[in-house]
Ligand binder design. Sequence first.
Ligand code: AMP
Length: 399
Amino acid sequence: MNVLVINAGSSSLKYQLLNPETGDLLAKGLCERIGIDGKFTYKPQIAGKEKLDAVDVAMPTHNEAIKTVLDALVDPKNGVIGSMKEIDAVGHRVVHGGERFARSVVINDEVMKAIEDCNPLAPLHNPANIIGIKACQALMPGVSMVAVFDTAFHQTMPPVAYMYALPYEYYEQDKVRRYGFHGTSHKYVSQRAAAMLDTPIEKLKIISCHLGNGSSVTAVDGGKSVDTSMGFTPLAGVLMGTRSGDLDAGIIQYLMERRGYTIEEMLNILNKKSGVQGISGISSDFRDLENAFKDGIERAGLAVDMFNYGVKKLIGAYAAAMGGVDVIIFTAGVGENSASQRMAIASGLEFMGVKMDPEANKVRGKETVISAPDSKVKVLLIPTNEELMIALDTMNLVK
Ligand code: AMP
């Protein structure tokens, strides 16, 4: 079975064609500058097929982008399938499912309407996801489509974890609550952890640390998300590449008054100019920060230390929330690649049974147990694969 996975943004569209039964990736790529001019990247994963790297293709709308993707996949010379009939279903990443969607769903008219109803909660993302779905429906009539939500995995959180301490009517009337994001990633790595340890997920207390440009930490008890660090929006939680993470809301008014910022300017600062970028004044990229610190730039070191400290505190909080922890997972760009940051985060947690294996921790980007054999808590490096999770959910729903 082949599933086309689509992640549509307002001017870009990422795609992968995979076989969820085998986990094989057939091709992946990206359409960029949709509605501007159009750049197309195509990376077939079959030997002898040629890739395309940001070539010019006119893409006035997402329809031309999807058409370009489909043409490349079935191209007689460099395609990876014989015809469109070999695409059995399409899995769409949708950012926000609100409280309506606690799991992935087959898309129909009613589901489309419900996704549109969630637009106010993710005004930059959901409308673009909907455009991507409509473009696929137009070009692939009769093919089953599934929506996989970033928020769905966290719908199992109890009210004590998802409520904000604001007047209750803001929850009832305005839907203000913690939703959490990166759900597809946290779900995938939690399931992989259970498989790696050969233990039913129902028996595990897991803390999943998705540490990348955007970062979130999730407490997964018995396979269910019970708390997560991102909130009503992905701005909350641990500090990130350019996002502030949690901060005292009083700072917003104070800075707006002193600096004369509008609310748009203030939010732009919180989303795009804060985090490790803001602290270091150098970069949002953790590799740059490690290098800058080696060159003696103290603020680069402070930024990384603040990030690691923030993640460590969340691990402690979530162990308390679950009444213990059996597994800590590191995933995403930083979690999969930075041995020094994994070590910094896990060190000092010996009191709760975490003992790292410095040799095993030298690994990058491959499923590995990085705790010592006698560590009470297993620490795992698990590369995330949101596309495969989307393809698996899609397969399970359409079969
Ligand atoms: P992601 O958002 O998951 O793609 O992760 C992107 C982040 O991972 C960037 O900040 C990268 O600097 C970081 N990253 C990738 N490789 C490394 C590495 N070897 N050491 C530290 N950070 C890394």
